[in-house]
Design a protein around this ligand. Structure first.
Ligand SMILES: [Fe+2]
Ligand SMILES: [Fe+2]
Length: 191
């Protein structure tokens, strides 16, 4: 039991370290994974998916980068622990395809519930451009669980829920860390 917990904590640390590693995205290492790319090639090169580079998700991470990280981490989780890795990889890329800047969206439109409504918006956009399987649709629609009440139905869905939370937390933590670093630097300069 203790061993299992230790193993789980180590795996979590590795995943968190990986999610915080910005160089992985900058060097586009996922492109070298041929099996992963075979699952997602049509989405990852699609102009609508590429357009997500213009929107910031958290900190300095764009929606496109966030979705690639969630997709690749979910894919790896499924390959290791079971679940449909292809569906996880594809739904991971599409799970936040809401296509607007959520930081200003509420102010501009009066729509204040982005956290609750964006899975449906992402699903509608994704199904406009791609042929979604029912599992992919379910993952996109329920990836915000437990904020939204209905959980995903499959292991791949839970992999995306987990990867999304981990990546979002890491992106936010990095943002807070760099904010502190800037403040310390500024105080040193001024003081
Ligand atoms: Fe989301
Ligand atoms: Fe997300």
């Amino acid at each position: 039991m203790e061993r299992k917990l230790e193993h789980y904590l180590n795996e979590r640390k590795t995943a968190a370290r990986w999610a915080a590693d910005a160089t992985w995205m900058e060097q586009e290492k996922y492109l070298e994974d041929k099996e992963y790319m075979a699952c997602v090639q049509d989405i990852i090169t699609h102009p609508v998916f590429l357009s997500m580079e213009q929107y910031i998700q958290h900190g300095s991470t764009t929606c496109r980068a966030h979705c690639i990280q969630v997709s690749y981490l979910s894919y790896q989780i499924c390959r290791k622990y079971g679940g449909n890795s292809r569906e996880a990889a594809r739904a991971g890329l599409l799970h936040d395809m809401f296509l607007y800047d959520w930081h200003t969206w509420g102010r501009e439109t009066g729509e204040r519930f982005h956290g609750f409504t964006h899975p449906r918006t992402a699903y509608n956009n994704a199904s406009k451009y791609f042929q979604l399987s029912s599992e992919e649709g379910d993952i996109i629609l329920h990836h915000m669980w437990p904020l939204t009440p209905v959980p995903p139905k499959t292991r791949a869905g839970f992999a995306v829920v987990y990867a999304d939370k981990l990546c979002s937390l890491t992106e936010t933590a990095l943002q807070v860390r760099s904010w502190f670093a800037w403040n310390v630097l500024l105080r040193r300069r001024l003081g």
